[in-house]
Design a protein. Structure first.
Length: 256
């Protein structure tokens, strides 16, 4: 990786650490099944998933229709992390299990939460794997983690009202600062994401040229060897014809 890619990756890692340290660490004690159900009817949660759906459609459009390699690289790098970001499904499913009291049936939406948690994780990993097949590992890994943390953070802000649960002023300052570092690292990584690909492409082109030159030289040497063999054969035939006298031919015919 280049120096700019290393700096971008460090910014992403530092931003993730800051977000994790100064984020919301409140537990889900006292949350009931009704609270979990109502949380998905809130305007903030509906807005988040609506925007996520529109964003994923936009990334799909860039992958399928865009002619810009840079935008396609951005879409492939961020789509896996974006769809893995909604961690509310797995958290709310565990909260539901803890909130169910003895003698009360598990609510109907509990299996749905489990299915959505598995689907988002699997689809995100699948998209990340496809991105790894197209671009270098440094860019894909950092872009995936960066988009994942941003999606999960926005999900937490909208679904769990994170800012209202932050314990102090430092958290109010450092949490957005960590997200800003993360975004800066992702932007820097995107700006320099094609450096390694360009380098790899030039190396591949050089190797292909070298192989073609070797094949051409081999074919030319083979042609020279064939021409030399033909010349030797002609010289041998000419020598045999000169050595064969007419008298010998007549004697051979009489003997027949």
């Amino acid at each position: 990786p280049s120096n700019s890619q290393i700096v971008a990756t460090l910014l992403i890692v530092i931003g993730e650490v800051v977000v994790a340290v100064f984020g919301d660490h409140t537990n889900d004690s006292g949350v009931t099944v009704e609270d979990v159900a109502k949380s998905y009817a809130s305007p903030a949660t509906i807005s988040y998933f609506s925007c996520l759906a529109v964003y994923m459609l936009f990334l799909w459009y860039l992958i399928a229709k865009s002619k810009s390699p840079k935008w396609q690289r951005f879409a492939w790098g961020s789509c896996g992390g974006a769809i893995t970001g909604p961690q509310n499904f797995i958290k709310d499913s565990l909260t539901t299990v803890k909130a169910v009291v003895p003698g009360v049936k598990i609510p109907w939406f509990f299996p749905l939460l489990i299915v959505l948690a598995c689907v988002t994780a699997f689809v995100g990993l699948l998209l990340f794997t496809k991105a790894m097949k197209r671009y270098n590992a440094t860019y894909c890994a950092a872009a995936y983690v960066g988009s994942y943390v941003m999606s999960a953070s926005i999900n937490s802000i909208m679904h769990y009202n994170t800012f209202a649960s932050l314990p102090g002023t430092w958290n109010d300052i450092m949490y957005p600062f960590g997200l800003s570092l993360l975004m800066l690292g992702v932007c820097l990584l995107e700006a320099t994401g094609g450096e390694e690909e360009d380098c790899c492409e030039s190396v591949v082109e050089e190797e292909v040229d070298y192989i073609l030159e070797g094949i051409t030289a081999t074919m030319m040497s083979q042609e020279d060897a064939i021409e030399k063999a033909l010349r030797d054969c002609k010289e041998v035939f000419a020598y045999v014809q000169l050595e064969t006298q007419p008298e010998d031919v007549e004697e051979w015919e009489q003997a027949r």
